[in-house]
Every structure is written in structure tokens, then in C-alpha cells.
Write a protein of this length. Structure first.
Ligand code: ATP
Length: 366
């Protein structure tokens, strides 16, 4: 990993218009991503986590301009991505690829693997001629753990894990630098999940890839990430080195997410933090700290003042940022919960047992 930023995202904003009324005018906006800033260094794996609807996928799609962002700046290898023409953007897409949760939906069912891989190369003008592209397609099959004789098969003739390998091969076909993995292993069984994650890690070492990993499963993310970004309702609430996030979470939301990951050893009981209520609507997010309506530590200040995302202690400078007025005081016990944390809302959609199982599987296949 180098210190150089490969991707810089500054003040990214994605507001989706809501049309209504007789004339179909814009009556409101879904504030899916609001003022999001982070960077990814070359060779790094950065994961974005948070509950469903917090803006993870929208962030990934906005970086690639699959949806044109409302505001902000995206710089990739020093180039201003949002100012590129359509043609320039097409070329840049060969360096920034995305793998989706459901490879079946993104693979053309009428095309064989060979046709799919060759088409990706043709679009990006990779390879001198057909023969060279076929040779490369065969090599890609081997790279992702599929066999040459499977190259003339159609997507439905593969299992879910194999299809995800085809998705990875297609992404690799155009020599990317960055791959955005949008819930890329979420739909797979835990053991297959571990195999695909191992493949992604091996490719990172061999080819020097950089990953932006979008996931709701903190258990999976822990073993592949250098850094973790925690999002809540369109904003980053905490961002830091994986070790620091897991060992020293500072935002009450991060603590709640972490408390939802079961510990494989039943003797090691840990306290589960339950959050009250649902995630508010991104159409009309709460003022101040967006998490205040569910936060056990919230005060009046949290209802009106938006906390800055920053290191709260010089120890953490450059390593761990948090957006909470009371992060340090909660840590030291000076600021106590203002209500009990006993509402029975689940923190993550059953990330629970699965996360523990996938962690065990991942370790056993390493
Ligand atoms: N094209 C769109 N038009 C309008 N609203 C959208 C659009 N895409 C996403 N949204 C909304 O933006 C918010 C963030 O969605 P997003 O898919 O980024 O969340 P997420 O964190 O990736 O969740 P999930 O894990 O469920 O995919 C949601 O409220 C979603 O309904």
C-alpha cells in the first residue's frame, strides 16, 4: 500500500428529486448522501458499512457516475472525474470497475462467459485482436478459479459463487486499478463468501488492486479492510483504521453495530446495544446530529448542532475521525446515557449469526 491517494471524494452529495403533483414538479429530495469526504490510498481496502438505506451504494454509484452526483468532487489518479466528457469517462471506467451483489442480474443470460469477457475487452479496446482476447479470457478464467472448458457456458449453468467469479473476471478483463465491491459477497453462502473474499485478497496482492468494499456485515469487513467508514443516514459518522474501529469505537452508532456481531465463543458474553426506533426518512433527516433521535446519549445540543467529523484527541489525528459531540466524554464516563438502551429494535438486519459463521469459515479457509 502507498501513501498516495488513488481516489479522493470531497463533499459528495446525492439528492434524488421526488416528483409530484399534476405537473410532475420536484416537490422534495431524498438526501441519500450528504457531504461525504474520504480518500482511498493505492492498494488499500476501505469498507463502507451501515444499515440498509444509509447511502453506501449511492456513494459507490456516484463515484463511478452511474448516477450523476448532485454536488462534490471526485478525483481519481489526480483527474477530476466529474468534469470528464462521456468518452473520457468511458475510458476511465476501465480503471474503476464495480462488482454487484447479484452477478446474475448484471450478466447477460444470452451470452457465454467467453462472449461476456471479450465484449468487456472490446469496449475498452483491450487486446490487439480476437485471438489475443480469447487467450486473455482463458487466462482470466484460471485467475478466478474457473476452468477453460467452462468458457462456452451461459450464466445459468454456474452456481452463485461461480457467477460472482465471472463478475470478478469481467471486472479484471479491463485492467482496473480500483474495484468497488457493492455487497459483492452478501448473497453467497458463508463458505463460498469466504472463498470469494480470499480470491479478492489474493488478486489484490498479485495485481495491486484497490478496493472500496460496500457491506452491511461488519464481521466480513473486519478481515479484509485496512480502514472502515461507518455511514448513517447519508453521512459519515466514524472513519478509521479497522483495528482502531473495532477496539476503540467512539460513535454510539458504531458501538451498536459492533455489539450486534456475535462472539463465536459463548463464554465471552458481551453487552448488546439496542437502538430505539427506526432510521428516520432521508427525505427529512433530523437536524443537528442525524443520529440524535436514536442515540442514548443525545442532548439538546445534538438536536441543533451538526458535529464535525474529526479526530477528538491528538492520539487519533490522521487515524480515526468521529462525528459526535460527546465521543470523548462518553469514553471517559463523564457523559452518561440519557435514556436506557432497552428498546428492542435490531441493530442490523440479522447480521448476527451469519457474521460469526462467516468469520469462522473465513479463518478456516485462510
Ligand atoms: N435512484 C434513486 N432515486 C431515489 N431514491 C434513491 C435512489 N437510489 C437510492 N435511493 C434512496 O437513497 C437512500 C440510500 O440508498 P442506498 O441504496 O445508497 O443505501 P444503502 O446503504 O446502499 O442500502 P442497501 O444496503 O439497502 O442497498 C435510500 O433511502 C434509497 O431509497
Amino acid at each position: 500500500m502507498t501513501e498516495k491517494a488513488l481516489l479522493e471524494v470531497e463533499n459528495l452529495q446525492q439528492y434524488f428529486p421526488i416528483k409530484g403533483g399534476f405537473l410532475g414538479r420536484t416537490v422534495n429530495h431524498v438526501k441519500a448522501v450528504d457531504d461525504v469526504t474520504f480518500n482511498i490510498r493505492e492498494g488499500e481496502t476501505v469498507s463502507v458499512v451501515g444499515e440498509s438505506g444509509c447511502g453506501k451504494s449511492t456513494t459507490g454509484r456516484a463515484i463511478l457516475r452511474l448516477d450523476e452526483p448532485t454536488n462534490g468532487k471526485v478525483t481519481f489518479r489526480g483527474q477530476d472525474v466529474l468534469s470528464l466528457s462521456k468518452n473520457e469517462m468511458r475510458k476511465m471506467r476501465s480503471e474503476m470497475q464495480i462488482i454487484f451483489q447479484d452477478p446474475y442480474a448484471s450478466l447477460n443470460p444470452r451470452k457465454t462467459v467467453k462472449q461476456t469477457l471479450i465484449e468487456a475487452m472490446e469496449i475498452q479496446k483491450i487486446g490487439k485482436n480476437g485471438k489475443e482476447r480469447v487467450q486473455r479470457a482463458i487466462e482470466l478464467m484460471e485467475t478466478v478459479g474457473l476452468q477453460e472448458h467452462q468458457i462456452n457456458r451461459f450464466p445459468h449453468e454456474f452456481s452463485g459463487g461461480q457467477r460472482q467469479r465471472i463478475g470478478i473476471a469481467r471486472a479484471l478483463a479491463v485492467n482496473p486499478k480500483l474495484i468497488i465491491c457493492d455487497e459483492a459477497v452478501s448473497a453467497l453462502d458463508v463458505s463460498i463468501q469466504a472463498q470469494v473474499l480470499n480470491l479478492l485478497q489474493r488478486l489484490q496482492k498479485e495485481i495491486g488492486l484497490t478496493y472500496l468494499f460496500i457491506a452491511h456485515d461488519l464481521g466480513v469487513v473486519r478481515h479484509i479492510s485496512d480502514r472502515i467508514i461507518v455511514m448513517y443516514l447519508g453521512k459519515i459518522v466514524e472513519m478509521g483504521d479497522t483495528k482502531s474501529i473495532f477496539e476503540n469505537p467512539q460513535h454510539p452508532y458504531t458501538k451498536a453495530l459492533l455489539s450486534a456481531i456475535p462472539v463465536p465463543d459463548p463464554k465471552m458474553k458481551k453487552e448488546r446495544i439496542f437502538l430505539r426506533g427506526d432510521v428516520p426518512s432521508p427525505i427529512d433527516p433530523p437536524a443537528g446530529c442525524r443520529f440524535h433521535t436514536r442515540c442514548p446519549f443525545a442532548t439538546e445540543k445534538c438536536q441543533t448542532e451538526t458535529p464535525a467529523l474529526e479526530a477528538k484527541d491528538t492520539v487519533f489525528e490522521g487515524k480515526h475521525d468521529v462525528a459526535c459531540h460527546y465521543a470523548l466524554d462518553i469514553q471517559s464516563g463523564k457523559h452518561e446515557a440519557t435514556h436506557e438502551m432497552k428498546d428492542v429494535r435490531k441493530v442490523l438486519d440479522d447480521a448476527g449469526e451469519e457474521a460469526a459463521a462467516s468469520k469462522e469459515d473465513f479463518q478456516s479457509t485462510k
